[in-house]
Design a protein around this ligand. Structure first.
Ligand code: CA
Length: 249
């Protein structure tokens, strides 16, 4: 078992399984059984932690847990339940196979779980051998499917930026940005809360040879605000830091 953020590049890459289960005994038993089979396991106890890990892994290529291969997801969880979690992940475009666990083995639960994007379903109580067999089968199925390049998305509050598609949405609506506005926003979204001076922005977005002055930056910031902010005169996203420059958030 390893915890998020701990890196050991010397070990051979084994499939990484995220276990989301609030009952400590089940969580530990499952973690141990999977570890014994040679899988890497990250275990969390509620839906919020799970969502953080999944979103981190999904948006960041260089994250330690950038490639979760399988998610074992309990249905009844604190904060965000398994069904909502599953729905949110699929909405975010996360295609990682999901094996749902639940004490409620009724047909309705199974159908709902599968319809909102779970790949398999196991009713509690279950045997570890069955769990392992189902994990193996899901991992096998996933590895046979052609690997589509993962959709990369930068997210800041209600802004989503898709670097590969040069596309931005705010509050789910598409926003038309000029190439410079896009590059500017991408820089901010890659460095949330970091303050950039006008000169730094000029150099990074317009290039070192650009002959214009820092007014160019102010103008583009104004245009970005007009396109992104609900109230451009009272910006919530791109903030002026008096005497220094601008930052996102
Ligand atoms: Ca539970």
């Amino acid at each position: 078992m390893r915890s998020p953020g701990v890196s050991d590049s010397s070990e051979e890459a084994q499939p990484l399984i995220l276990v989301v289960e609030d009952e400590a005994l089940i969580r530990e038993t499952v973690t141990m059984a999977l570890s014994d089979e040679g899988y890497e396991v990250v275990a969390v106890e509620d839906g919020r932690q799970a969502l953080d890990i999944i979103r981190d892994a999904h948006v960041s290529d260089d994250n330690e847990i950038s490639a979760i291969d399988l998610i074992i997801l309990d249905l009844m969880l604190p904060y965000v339940n398994g069904l909502d979690l599953c729905r949110l992940m699929r909405q975010d475009g996360v295609t990682t196979p999901i094996l749902m666990l639940s004490a409620k083995g009724t047909e309705t639960d199974i159908v709902v779980g599968l319809e909102i994007g779970a790949d398999d379903y196991l009713a509690k109580p279950f045997g570890m051998r069955e769990l392992i067999a189902r994990c193996r089968s899901l991992l096998r199925r996933a590895s046979r499917q052609p690997q589509l390049p993962e959709q990369l998305v930068l997210q800041f509050q209600e802004i989503a930026l898709y670097p590969q598609e040069c596309r931005v949405t705010v509050r789910e609506d598409a926003v038309n940005l000029s190439p410079k506005e896009f590059t500017l926003l991408e820089l901010f979204m890659n460095n949330p809360r970091r303050v950039f001076s006008r000169d730094q922005l000029l150099e990074k977005v317009w290039g070192i040879d650009f002959m214009g002055d820092s007014k160019t930056v102010d103008v583009h910031i104004r245009w970005l605000r007009e396109k992104l902010e609900l109230d451009p005169s009272n910006p919530q996203y791109i903030i002026t830091v008096r005497g220094f420059g601008y930052r996102l958030g």
